[in-house]
Design a protein around this ligand. Structure first.
Ligand SMILES: Nc1nc2c(c(=O)[nH]1)N[C@H]1C(S)=C(S)[C@@H](COP(=O)(O)O)O[C@H]1N2
Ligand SMILES: [Mo]
Length: 381
């Protein structure tokens, strides 16, 4: 009898009512780390602090020998080395990337997968060649509908052996919808680090992370919608496993607080001193521009408008997070802080999260418990 890789028809699992994070989820969480939330202070996330999500292994890559194939429904198929891409007119975009599963572990019931709390986010300056330039050069056939992006990493997911692959509708790939999609070779001015896709990755401004295919080795123009695992099985908003579901696409608005004060080691609960406390954080949306951030220090009973930093004037940062601030006068006792963002399309973060099976695209407000005490209880002096 042949070996099976797993049950192909089995849906992703939901945790039971009292079920804790498993060893398998811990293994994923240790490989795929988040942004320490204090790093929300940086406009551009320093190397190593940007979140990482890799489904399989980071493939070994020799940048010199790397080839990117552009083919399928095109008139002139191309094979490009990294040097040839670097020789073309570059474009740089500051883009906030967020994993579609950010916040998953806070849902109930908990979808069993990478158990993110709220830290699967980061911002980088990505430099590369606009995808539309490469597609124009290759000459897209008139019957094209989508463009498929293939990574060099390979694995098994729910019994399906696969290369990591995702597709974009042709108008998004051509940058007609909102902004240039990039084939990027640099992150913050230096070659991509291995974990972020060295030597080439896709960057799709405003879209959740799964669309930004790392270790990009092929771009294939197709005349029928792509039905690969990461497109039609994973990354769908579903209530029941047998639904077709809605595809996950653009990032819903979210505001996060830099955790104020200092933390308790185990609980991560925050401690602040009585008096003025500068609350600050970041807010972003891939569905529009963030137009407002409101902060509550009383568990949502009252909301106060925060001061929001203006977006960059040249437009290259329109998909990057924006800083916000609010001064709070902390009084002794327990407080529950939270912040919520609204964007130019009228999308606002929910206080209670609508649930979906994969735990995707959830953007529930982040509650930050704070204990305000004076320093009379210190034991270290
Ligand atoms: N080839 C490949 N690309 C990939 C992935 C992957 O596993 N393989 N993970 C995707 C997911 S789910 C996310 S959230 C982002 C994470 O990008 P980062 O690790 O650079 O932050 O990469 C995306 N691109
Ligand atoms: Mo992701």
């Amino acid at each position: 009898m042949g070996q099976r890789l797993g049950d192909v028809s089995a849906p992703a699992r939901l945790a039971g009512p009292e079920e804790g994070i498993s060893r398998e989820e811990l293994a994923l969480a240790a490989r795929n780390h988040g942004l320490p939330l204090e790093a929300l202070r940086y406009d551009v996330t320093p190397p190593g602090l940007h979140y990482v999500l890799t489904h399989y292994d980071i493939p070994w890559a020799d940048g010199e020998g790397w080839e990117l194939a552009v083919g399928g429904r095109v008139r002139r198929p191309l094979t490009l080395g990294v040097g040839e891409l670097r020789a073309r007119p570059p474009a740089t975009r500051r883009v906030t990337l967020e994993c579609a599963g950010n916040g998953r572990a806070l849902l109930s019931p908990r979808p069993v997968s990478q158990p993110w709390l709220t830290e699967a986010v980061g911002t980088a300056d990505w430099t590369g060649v606009p995808l539309r330039d490469l597609l124009a050069e290759a000459g897209v056939a008139s019957d094209a509908v989508e463009v498929v992006f293939t990574g060099a990493d390979h694995g098994v997911e729910r019994g399906v052996e696969q290369d990591y692959e995702r597709a974009l509708p042709l108008d998004v790939a051509m940058g007609e919808e909102d902004d240039d999609v990039l084939v990027a070779y640099a992150m913050n001015g230096v070659p991509l680090p291995p974990q972020h896709g060295y030597p080439l990755r896709l960057v799709v401004p405003g879209w959740y992370g799964m669309a930004h295919v790392k270790w990009l080795r092929a771009i294939t123009v197709v005349d029928t919608p792509f039905t690969g695992f990461q497109q039609t099985v994973a990354y769908r908003l579903r209530q029941n496993p047998d639904e077709e579901g809605e595809p996950v696409a653009r990032i819903a608005p979210r505001a996060l607080l830099v955790p104020p004060g200092f933390p308790d080691f185990m609980s991560r609960a925050r401690i602040v001193r009585p008096g003025p406390v500068e609350l600050e954080g970041r807010a972003w949306s891939g569905r529009g521009t963030v137009t407002g951030v409101e902060v509550s220090t009383d568990d949502g009973a009252s909301w106060h408008a925060a001061e929001l930093e203006a977006p960059s004037a040249d437009g290259t940062g329109r998909w990057a997070w924006r800083r916000w601030r609010l001064r709070w006068s902390a009084e002794p006792g327990r407080h529950l802080l939270c912040a919520r963002a609204t964007d130019s399309r009228g999308n606002r973060q929910p206080v209670r999260q609508p649930w979906n099976r994969g735990g995707f695209a959830n953007n529930q407000v982040q509650p930050v418990p704070v204990l305000c005490v004076d320093d009379g209880e210190r034991q270290d002096r």
